[in-house]
Design a protein around this ligand. Structure first.
Ligand SMILES: [Zn+2]
Ligand SMILES: [Zn+2]
Length: 321
């Protein structure tokens, strides 16, 4: 490069991409995964009665009692309350036990060996930005190196050791760009659908049915759940996700007949399913996520005894990784 202006632009751009890449990578690695709050842990007496109860049905009864006031909608495949016997807690929706961390992780996406950390509610935004900035960084390097790479093959470079660095640098940057772009594209799709990697492999099971899009609220709201309401924080690796990680609004929460307006981005199929959900307290985090669609509310119907959810009383422990 001979032009001084070109040099300055390249150096500034390089350091911006590099800084954002390192910052988001650092945050993804060192942000501790969030675990379920105290209220999801069984009380001492519940733990005792769970150990005492010999049968699955009685154990389920203990768990149903413990989960009575918790904002949970998802169940195991057999319709039982999701319970982690290692952490001894009722699993919040979208929470899974990581066998590597040996803990229950809120909104667990996957355990990532590249960052040696669980990717979940606390660092999912950082992980996305890490993918985005590492991709930009690699594309920038490949693009600025391209002209010298071409010169390498046309013998236009001085005959020194450095010319091999140019070739290897281009190959490394181009290869990482290809793999990162597919991973980043995949996670963009997940965000737009409000799914986690685990939920793609096993769709969340709600009280009466499985719904792979059960947590999707429409593109804009799905995006805001991860990146937050304030656009100025979207591109920075600072925590701005909405909610508390323990409870999530779902499109399957029924519509309040008192309200006339229909919220956008919600499944029309979710209407007429009022009977499916028991009364559960709507948390502040959920209320916040639904503030601009006041037409959603919880129902007061009690779960009917003897229906699905009780039909298979076995206490199901999920084997999740
Ligand atoms: Zn656990
Ligand atoms: Zn983990």
């Amino acid at each position: 490069m001979t032009n001084i202006g070109e040099k300055v632009v390249c150096l500034v751009a390089y350091h911006i991409f590099f800084m954002l890449f390192v910052w988001s990578y650092w945050k993804t690695i060192f942000t501790l995964p969030m675990n379920p709050s105290k209220e999801f842990h069984l009380s001492y007496s519940d733990k005792e009665s769970l150990e005492r109860e010999p049968r699955g049905e009685s154990q389920q009864e203990v768990l149903r009692r413990a989960a009575k006031d918790l904002p949970i909608y998802t169940r195991t495949m057999s319709g039982a309350i999701r319970y982690c016997d290692r952490c001894q807690l009722v699993k919040p929706d979208r929470c899974h036990h990581c066998s590597v961390c040996d803990k229950c992780i809120l909104k667990m996406d996957h355990h990532c060996p590249w960052v040696n950390n669980c990717v979940g509610f606390s660092n999912y935004k950082f992980f996305l930005l890490f993918l985005a900035y590492s991709l930009l960084y690699c594309i920038f390097i490949a693009a600025t190196d391209l002209q010298y790479f071409i010169k390498f093959w046309t013998n236009g470079l001085p005959d020194t050791q450095a010319k091999f660095h140019i070739m290897f640098l281009f190959f490394a940057a181009a290869m990482f760009s290809v793999s990162l772009s597919s991973l980043f594209g995949y996670h963009c799709w997940l965000v737009s659908k409000n799914k986690s990697t685990l939920e793609v492999f096993r769709a969340p099971i709600f009280r009466h049915r499985t719904d792979k899009n059960g947590f999707s609220l429409g593109f804009s709201k799905n995006l805001r759940q991860v990146f937050g309401d304030e656009k100025k924080y979207w591109l920075l690796p600072v925590f701005s996700s909405l909610g508390d990680g323990c409870s999530f609004p779902t499109c399957l929460v029924n519509q309040d007949p008192e309200q006339a307006s229909t919220p956008g981005g919600l499944n029309s199929t979710s209407k007429n399913e009022n009977h499916l959900f028991p009364a559960k307290p709507l948390r502040d985090s959920q209320s916040h996520l639904l503030t601009d669609t006041q037409s959603w509310s919880e129902i007061s119907a009690k779960p009917e005894k003897g229906k699905v959810g009780m039909s298979n009383p076995a206490l199901t422990m999920e084997n999740e990784t």
